[in-house]
Design a protein around this ligand. Structure first.
Ligand SMILES: [Zn+2]
Length: 430
């Protein structure tokens, strides 16, 4: 399977190159606006819109003309790409259900971008070093701009298909779209589910507990501390702004570490499982309260709870998203199920009762006496619900190439699942 990935790097163009990039963006914008005007006039007169092929012919005329001959300074490809995008935006805009609506005229400095569609024209030189031999100076060749330095922050893999240069917040970036041949390694036919408990502890179905955000715990005190410091400053004073900035930097650091940790965890999970079941976040938020909250809040606890909540909200969504695409790369499946009663239902006999949960961490079935750690019960119920869903609709939702599905389902039949997880025969739950 060939998948597409994007690598985005910060460009470091010199002044001449910056001027050129600005100029070429201006030309692409000019072409966009000119063609949009043309199309609008046709719409007003009730004449059918021109398609890209016709617009491209206009572009040739403009480039050859006296009046718009300045367009010849820029690469024809990037100008054609502007027309292609306009063409697409127009046709999408005609569809009234499209929330983006009809495309508008481009303004200077807004959405400045250049797309280079021809990979043959894009070259990379990663061999350069600065004069002192200390810093690497990788360069990318962009048609009509020349060799531009860039920060090669990640190793580029795959074959480059196109490049897009954009300007955001005063900096130029290049995004390289590549194609990578992903050998469809058959995922191990293992399944698991994640249960998210209080304090962001993730429990796997085998009882393993992971605290993916433990590297962030050490920030809790610091964050609460800096927050308190902010609250003591006079609002909008110089020191208040300074403190606010310090707080923002701290949040930024936390966000980076969180992303990093979640990347590692999800990579590991997806390498080792074919199917991962999680609770549906949207439904979860509605039922949040039933899961129990943190201890009685003092000021410090409240600040901690604040951090906790932000980790939970953003971290969990991010985790699920990463699982989704990483599993897809490996032909695996992510299933989402409703979280209702997952902590109260007995995995062995199916009896669902609030009384099955005497406290936060214990599960003891009042009907059959089955007892284990409460979080594992949660994970198990999520898993069995996910497998049920897969059995019902998996053949439709799963990619046709997922050849392992049948084998997986037969090796994880409902009555075997319990034995597999808890190591004893089940009572064939209803
Ligand atoms: Zn039971």
């Amino acid at each position: 399977m060939v998948i597409r990935k994007a690598f985005r790097f910060r460009l470091e163009p010199d002044e001449t190159q910056q001027a050129l990039l600005h100029q070429f963006c201006g030309q692409a914008r000019f072409v966009w606006n000119k063609a949009l005007e043309l199309q609008q006039r046709r719409l007003e007169r009730g004449v059918p819109l021109l398609r890209y092929g016709d617009l491209a012919k206009y572009l040739t005329l403009w480039r050859d003309s006296e009046e718009y001959g300045f367009l010849r300074q820029g690469s024809v490809h990037t100008q054609q790409q502007a027309l292609k995008r306009l063409d697409q935006a127009l046709w999408e805009g005609l569809d009234r259900s499209n929330p983006k609506g009809f495309p508008g005229f481009r303004k200077r400095g807004v959405h400045d971008s250049l797309r280079y569609p021809d990979p043959k024209q894009i070259k990379l030189d990663l061999s350069g070093w600065d004069e002192a031999g200390r810093r690497r100076l990788p360069k990318i060749f962009l048609p009509k701009v020349g060799w531009v330095k860039f920060r090669n922050s990640r190793e580029i893999e795959g074959t480059i298909k196109n490049a897009t240069v954009t300007r955001r917040a005063g900096h130029w970036y290049v995004s390289l779209q590549v194609e990578v041949e992903q050998t469809p390694a058959l995922p191990p036919l293992k399944v698991t589910a994640l249960d998210l408990g209080v304090r962001n502890l993730v429990t796997l179905v085998d009882g393993t507990q992971i605290d993916p955000l433990s590297p962030l715990r050490r920030f809790e005190e610091k964050l609460a501390w800096e927050q308190r410091k902010l609250s003591r400053k006079k609002t909008f004073s110089r020191n208040w702004y300074k403190q606010k900035q310090r707080l923002a930097r701290l949040h930024g650091r936390i966000a980076n570490i969180r992303r990093d940790v979640l990347q590692k965890l999800t990579t590991w999970l997806c390498k080792n499982h074919a199917v991962i079941v999680v609770e549906d976040l949207k439904i979860r938020n509605m039922t949040q309260r039933t899961k129990g909250t943190l201890e009685a809040p003092g000021t410090n606890a409240r600040a901690k709870a604040g951090l906790n909540k932000s980790i939970l909200d953003r971290g969990w969504g991010m985790l699920v998203e990463m699982l989704g695409y990483k599993l897809a790369w490996r032909y695996g499946l992510l299933m989402k199920v409703g979280p209702r009663n997952t902590s109260r239902r007995c995995p062995r006999c199916g009896h669902t009762d609030r009384a099955n949960r005497p406290d936060q961490s214990t599960f003891r079935c009042v009907e059959c006496g089955f007892a284990t750690h409460a979080d594992q019960v949660g994970a198990y119920n999520i898993l069995s619900r996910g497998m049920e869903k897969l059995r019902d609709e998996g053949r439709d939702t799963a990619d046709a190439s997922v050849g392992w599905l049948e084998a997986l389902l037969s090796s994880h039949s409902p009555d075997r699942l319990f034995a597999e997880v808890f190591g004893e025969p089940g009572l064939s739950p209803v």
